[in-house]
Design a protein around this ligand. Structure first.
Ligand SMILES: Cc1ncc(COP(=O)(O)O)c(C=O)c1O
Length: 455
């Protein structure tokens, strides 16, 4: 990657004048396989990393840019604080605004992660309950498969303030958007029972576990029709793995991590807050000097800390610009490949995919052979550890409660209750998935069953 270590920007973390640094290679000459391998040479070569979804990945050229920013701060903190930091953060926000098609720069804040973004939105809901904007007993709707930490946040901020929480029970395996829409409509009806108002809907764009792409635009439209006050889309996985156009989706609040599928180092996310009366009352939970100056500015200084992850967005754009088709090209190829690998695994194991390909992004759920006997979340976690420790395969596993009426034998035989969530990112090779296929075959051939785990 030698040609990409640019001396001209060694002193400023990437670019000097607020413009995207010039690409070093013409777009007609896309990054080669060898260059991709070099960009991710810091990954442990002995491990099949097919779990980009959990923690993302960051190429060496972006890590180098991050280090330059950190050094620039440490070299002369005063100069950095007074002259460099805010213009550079603004530059990152401008790039994100373009990327997500926000109407106004004031609608885009950079925060640490989706968890922080959720806290910002839910803290606001909590104030609305305690200050009388929302009535005690008014409902907040969330998906049953909302991310665990976000669910806890909803309980901590909203239920405690008097909100009534309703979960939308999504079917899994799932075969169509209509199944999701149907359950969502039922949940809204329940929310509106007894004259209650539904004040907030928290909707995932891509659920984490099991991973399914949710028709957020349609659900947001339904919320508007049904008089739901606010819609918050938790799109932690979205940017870089599905198309994101916040104006088209139409939600009030929308967050996505940039460190999952967008090659930023941990940790940085954006929070889009549509211009409306509510958005002006949002505050960062960490209060500092900029309190009251609007969320983007509040978020741009939450005390002395390392802001470098937020500053490398231009370098990430450079990296992405080296791929044919940019981020759309990356997304498309990841999707095609993850579907191909998912089908290969399902065929090899005699199982099936958890959703049709059009309901998945760069991750897909694949059923595990029932004879492994995954009969609880604990079992799923233990098999995940086993695959990591014994077979050097990193992949998360989902335990799915059998559907009503489905009988599961003690040895789990035939019924699929465990699913792997496989990811595909630019650094993955087919061999990674073969390693998983063979590991599971070995477990099956050895007669492994979760009942063998010490209790
Ligand atoms: C749907 C969803 N929401 C929120 C999060 C939390 O992201 P973070 O840990 O970066 O805050 C995740 C993480 O995987 C997620 O999948």
């Amino acid at each position: 990657m030698g040609t990409h270590h640019r001396d001209d920007c060694a002193e400023n973390g990437g670019d000097d004048n607020g413009h995207l640094a010039k690409r070093l290679r013409p777009a007609s000459c896309p990054i080669s396989a060898a260059e991709i391998a070099e960009e991710f040479a810091h990954h442990d070569p002995s491990v099949a990393r097919i779990n980009n979804g959990s923690f993302g990945s960051c190429p060496a050229s972006v890590l180098a840019a991050q280090l330059r920013w950190q050094r620039l701060f440490l070299r002369q903190p005063d100069e950095f604080y007074f002259h460099r930091l805010q213009p550079a953060l603004l530059h990152s926000r401008i790039l994100v605004k373009e990327l997500i098609n926000a109407a106004d720069l004031d609608e885009v804040s950079l925060v640490d992660n989706a968890t922080t973004a959720a806290a910002i939105v839910l803290q606001h809901a909590s104030w609305a309950f305690s200050e009388g904007g929302f009535r005690k007993g008014d409902a907040v709707v969330m998906l049953h498969y909302a991310y665990g930490a976000v669910k806890k946040s909803i309980h901590a901020y909203v239920a405690r303030a008097g909100g009534h929480i309703i979960e939308v029970p999504l079917p899994f395996p799932v075969s169509s958007n209509e199944e999701i829409v149907l359950e969502f409509r039922k949940a809204l009806e329940l929310g509106k029972a007894n004259g209650r108002r539904v004040r907030l809907a928290v909707i995932d764009h891509v659920t984490s576990m099991p991973s399914v792409v949710i028709p957020v635009k349609e659900l947001t439209r339904i919320c508007r029709e049904e008089g739901v006050d606010q819609v918050f889309v938790d799109a932690a996985h979205a940017i870089g793995s599905v198309e994101v156009d916040v104006q088209d989706i139409g939600a009030d609040f929308y967050t996505s991590n940039l460190h999952k599928w967008f090659f930023c180092p941990p940790s940085v996310a954006f929070l889009y807050t549509k211009k409306c009366s509510a958005s002006s009352r949002l505050h960062h939970p960490v209060v500092s000097h900029e309190y009251g100056n609007g969320l983007p500015l509040e978020s741009a200084w939450i005390g002395t800390r390392d802001y470098s992850a937020q500053l490398v967005v231009p370098s990430v754009m450079d990296f992405i610009g080296r791929f044919e088709g940019g981020i759309e090209g990356i997304r498309k190829r990841n999707h095609e490949k993850v579907v191909e690998m998912g089908k290969m695994l399902a065929d090899a194991w005699g199982t099936f995919l958890g959703s049709p390909p059009e309901m998945c992004c760069s991750m897909i759920m694949v059923g595990l052979p029932g004879c492994l006997g995954i009969l609880s979340e604990k079992d799923a976690l233990k098999v995940r550890s086993l695959l990591r420790k014994e077979f050097k395969v990193e992949v998360p596993i989902h335990y799915q409660l059998p559907k009503d009426g489905e009988v599961v034998e003690k040895d789990g035989s035939s019924t699929v209750t465990g699913y792997v969530r496989i990811s595909h990112q630019v650094y993955n090779m087919e061999g990674d998935y073969h390693k998983l296929r063979d590991a599971v075959h070995k477990l099956v051939n050895d007669g492994f069953n979760c009942t063998m785990f010490p209790s």
